[in-house]
Design a protein around this ligand. Structure first.
Ligand SMILES: NC(=O)C1=CN([C@@H]2O[C@H](COP(=O)(O)OP(=O)(O)OC[C@H]3O[C@@H](n4cnc5c(N)ncnc54)[C@H](OP(=O)(O)O)[C@@H]3O)[C@@H](O)[C@H]2O)C=CC1
Ligand SMILES: N[C@@H](CC=O)C(=O)O
Length: 432
């Protein structure tokens, strides 16, 4: 990579929505401080968008809808991609890299599916790829895994990595707001993805889990490797049941090394006991635990979504990449040398809460308990719960830790018998 001499570092911004508009604001408002930190001015030379409508505080002459030409400009040193989605973001990032530009992105969907292609292209072109904002918004979590802990052996990463779903679940618990109203609020506040299906079906958290697991275990985990369950089926009844067990429901991402050395990566709505530190993570905040052999247990917490917090993480990357340009170096940080394989999701072990409406007759409970025992699922507690109308009795069973596949097999068996009337719910339960 060439050094820049005394020239400014010229930046092209792709996307000027919730995050991009805040990045543009900071680049313009904090230009003097950023110049002092980089050692050269950061000059915003163009902004690629779909529609060149007026955006307050930004020179209209900067906007273009011809994004490929902006990326191809010879005088651009650094491209910030805040469009989201796969294409055209992937094509634009690859074109930028092949043109010798360093890139910064917040695009977890893209990195979880095409990360290897992008990192390899950047290494070949000797340019930087930074993506701190792609996981957990403002929280520094990529750099700790990629740099600070790279001399340790990480054994697990787990936590809340999606602000929208944490906001929705928190609103359902704390203010008894309906799922759809809470989602509409999260969209209005700029937390949700352009298509919020990615949030509520767990795909956004799964993409982040794939990125975290790849860095933590020095391997390549993609979105398809992640066992993924969202929160769209979580009901007010589930929330009440969790509360009666002194828990809250959180969407947890879990990445760990299994006893056979493979890597387990999953995203599931999970009952978290009130005394657990993750239970107190409110609104659109995120929190991530990292466990490593030498450092022990670390916790990172902060705003996980929203324009300004995410822009903070983007600007951190921009300054780092710009400093590297000034020095004529690139920091290639992905050491994907390990190929442990992915754990079969059915063998992942957890405690569970299984609720079902059953016939209100003698002998039913002992038949349910027998079915569980035959599959090695041991019962920790049974409660008879309120039915939300209709006939039958509602059982809420908390199990000891058991393989996911065994619990699912019991449920299938019970559904095939005559005792269960329906409305079966299965949720993981986190240890306190
Ligand atoms: N919102 C958040 O809290 C967070 C978002 N992210 C990530 O940041 C990225 C941006 O998210 P966000 O700002 O919320 O998204 P928005 O939908 O608010 O903004 C997207 C921007 O990209 C532009 N754009 C979309 N498609 C094209 C296209 N084909 N060509 C040119 N420009 C296009 C849009 O243009 P126009 O304005 O003309 O429509 C808009 O300016 C995503 O990858 C997201 O996952 C990461 C962390 C948090
Ligand atoms: N939609 C995402 C935005 C940040 O990554 C979320 O809600 O966490």
């Amino acid at each position: 990579m060439m050094t820049l001499g005394d020239a400014p570092v010229r930046v092209a911004l792709l996307g000027c929505g919730v995050v991009g508009s805040q990045v543009a604001r900071i680049l313009l408002e904090q230009a003097d401080d950023l110049r002092a930190r980089v050692g050269r001015p950061l000059e915003l030379v163009g902004i690629g968008v779909r529609r060149t409508t007026d955006r307050p505080g930004i020179d209209p002459a900067l906007f273009t809808t011809d994004v490929p030409s902006l990326v191809a400009r010879e005088d651009v040193d650094l491209v910030i991609e805040l469009i989201g989605g796969i294409n055209p973001a992937r094509e634009l990032l690859l074109a930028a890299i092949q043109g010798g530009k360093s890139v910064v992105t917040a695009n977890k969907a893209l990195l979880a599916q095409h990360g290897a292609e992008i990192y390899d292209a950047a290494a070949a072109a000797d340019v930087d790829v930074y993506y701190e904002a792609a996981v957990a918004g403002a929280i520094p979590i990529i750099r700790p895994l990629r740099e600070s802990l790279v001399g340790d052996a990480v054994t697990a990463v787990k936590g809340i990595v999606n602000g929208t779903t944490n906001y929705i679940l928190d609103q359902m618990h704390t203010h008894k707001v309906s799922f759809s109203d809470a989602l509409a609020d999260a969209q209005r506040l700029g937390y949700a993805e352009a298509d919020p299906t990615a949030d509520i079906e767990g795909h956004d958290a799964a993409a982040k889990a794939a990125i975290l697991a790849s860095l933590a275990f020095h391997t390549r985990v993609t979105l398809d490797d992640v066992a993924c369950e969202g929160i769209s089926s979580v009901t007010a009844d589930d929330v009440r049941a969790a509360e009666s067990l002194r828990c809250v429901i959180k969407l947890l991402a879990q990445c760990s090394v299994s006893p056979d050395g493979t890597v387990a990566v999953g995203v599931h709505p999970t009952m978290v006991p009130l005394e657990h530190p993750l239970a107190g993570i409110r609104g659109a905040y995120n929190a991530v635990f990292i466990e490593s052999v030498n450092a022990g247990r670390l916790m990172f917490m902060g705003p996980g979504a929203g324009g300004s917090p995410t822009a903070s993480a983007v600007l951190g990357d921009v300054v780092t990449a710009a400093r590297n340009r000034v020095r004529g170096v690139a920091g290639h940080g992905e050491s994907a040398y390990s190929t442990p394989g992915i754990t079969d999701p059915s063998s992942v072990v957890s405690a569970y809460y299984v609720a079902m409406t059953v016939r209100d007759e003698p002998g039913v409970l002992s038949r349910v308990a027998d079915a569980m025992a035959r599959r090695g699922v041991s019962i920790a507690a049974v409660r008879q719960e309120q039915t939300s109308g209709g006939s039958g009795a509602r059982l809420g069973i908390t199990t000891h830790r058991a393989p996911d596949g065994n619990v699912r097999a019991v449920v299938d068996e019970l559904l095939g018998g005559g005792d269960v009337l329906g409305d079966v719910r299965v949720l993981r339960v986190e240890g306190a």
